[in-house]
Design a protein around this ligand. Structure first.
Ligand SMILES: Nc1ncnc2c1ncn2[C@@H]1O[C@H](COP(=O)(O)OP(=O)(O)O)[C@@H](O)[C@H]1O
Ligand SMILES: [Mg+2]
Length: 363
């Protein structure tokens, strides 16, 4: 799967620019704050309908402009697909092949990418939110049922939490069972997918980690949520748990059980990575998870996703950089860095030099 070109209008610091990418390695380089990450972010946005850096589209619109427009021509084994996004302050319009899509779910996954940047270290270092976000964005790209279940779950969860803040206890107790029935159903679908995904991800990540560290360290990933059985069983159990937590939920004013509390356990050499791992170990673990994600995309779709590496290569030592690049054979990559020359040898690369949201040199 490749992105052939990308046009940005009033997106971040771009007024209007078109990138014509090569099928191999594309390097975006230039000084700080010129638009390298912004371009990488735009590609990711067209893959997922979301940004990795922010939660509100408004920040993506060039300051002073009414709307931002992103469009890309992509090619996969199913043919050419045009993706467009028009972002306004309070709404957006998404189009696939010129046809407006009503639901974000129908937009995401048309183009797939794996995005890695130093910010991704948060997956290992930070709280469970980041790991759930990783799971959600990754699984959603290959499973529309997951993406819709997640959307519905979050909506119901929000309504349930609003209800819990109500002062009328009898109203709460009357209404909760109605929400819980639905909540448990979507929760079970989410949990089942996450469990399956992690079962695939764990061995691939362990393998990538061993590869990157020459077998000197071991990485183990596990699902931190005790759910067994099929979807039906999980739903029943969650419903019981929700019921068992009524008193606490009402007291605290939010829902205390369910997949919005799940986590991934990450261990390096048998120790919890969070809190114990060094910066270097953290980076390697996060990178291994991303390489594993890439393998899963390949397995599930029979195509290679676009690999986006934002400011990553300069942070790796030469040996790891070489190892990482050896994994990119036959894959379209978009890399950003400050100096294009020192990066790589060997494979042919297309370079874009950026200055203030413009391509000033292309070769
Ligand atoms: N909505 C926006 N409107 C205008 N400029 C923006 C907007 N969002 C970010 N920028 C600018 O984009 C630049 C950062 O671009 P970025 O791609 O992150 O840089 P880098 O080349 O270092 O990766 C900054 O100068 C920032 O002010
Ligand atoms: Mg950057």
């Amino acid at each position: 799967m490749i992105i052939k070109n990308l046009t940005l209008q009033n997106f971040r610091n771009y007024e209007r620019e078109t990138f014509r990418f090569s099928e191999g390695i594309n390097v975006l380089y230039g000084k700080n704050a010129q638009g390298k990450t912004n371009c990488a972010e735009a590609v990711f946005y067209l893959c997922t309908g979301a940004s990795l850096r922010i939660r509100h589209d408004k920040q993506l619109i060039k300051i002073g402009a009414p709307c931002a427009q992103l469009s890309a021509e992509t090619e996969s084994k199913y043919g050419k697909v045009t993706l467009e996004a028009e972002l306004y302050e309070n709404r957006r319009e998404l189009r696939v092949n010129g046809n407006k899509v009503a639901r974000a779910v129908d937009f995401l996954g048309n183009m797939k990418s794996v995005f890695f940047s130093p910010g991704e270290l948060r997956i290992v270092q930070d709280g469970p939110d980041e790991r759930r976000r990783f799971l959600n964005l990754s699984i959603s790209q290959t499973s529309k049922p997951y993406a819709s279940a997640l959307l519905r779950y979050n909506r119901i969860l929000e309504q349930r939490n609003n209800l819990l803040k109500n002062k009328d206890a009898s109203l709460i107790l009357e209404t909760l069972p109605v929400w819980d029935e639905q909540l448990a159903r979507y929760a079970a679908a989410i949990v089942k997918k996450r469990r399956e995904y992690l079962a695939r991800l764990a061995p691939l990540a362990a393998e990538a980690h061993a590869f990157l560290t020459d077998g000197k360290e071991s990485l183990s990933l596990g699902f931190d949520g005790e759910y067994s059985g099929g979807e039906e069983e999980i739903a029943k159990r969650l419903k019981r748990e929700l019921e068992g937590a009524y008193e606490r939920d009402i007291r605290l004013g939010f829902t205390t059980v369910g997949p919005h509390r799940d986590d991934i356990k990450i261990e390096i050499g048998g120790c919890d990575a969070r809190g114990y791992a060094s910066q270097g170990q953290t980076r390697t673990a996060a990178l291994s998870m991303k390489l594993a994600e890439l393998e899963i995309f390949k397995e599930l779709t029979g195509e290679t996703p676009i690999l986006i590496l934002d400011d990553v290569l300069s942070e790796l030592d030469l040996a790891r950089r070489k190892k990482l690049l050896s994994r990119t054979e036959g894959m379209q990559c978009i890399l950003t860095c400050t100096h294009a020359e020192r990066l790589l040898g060997g494979r042919e690369i297309k370079k874009f030099k950026l200055r203030e949201g413009k391509i000033v040199y292309e070769s």
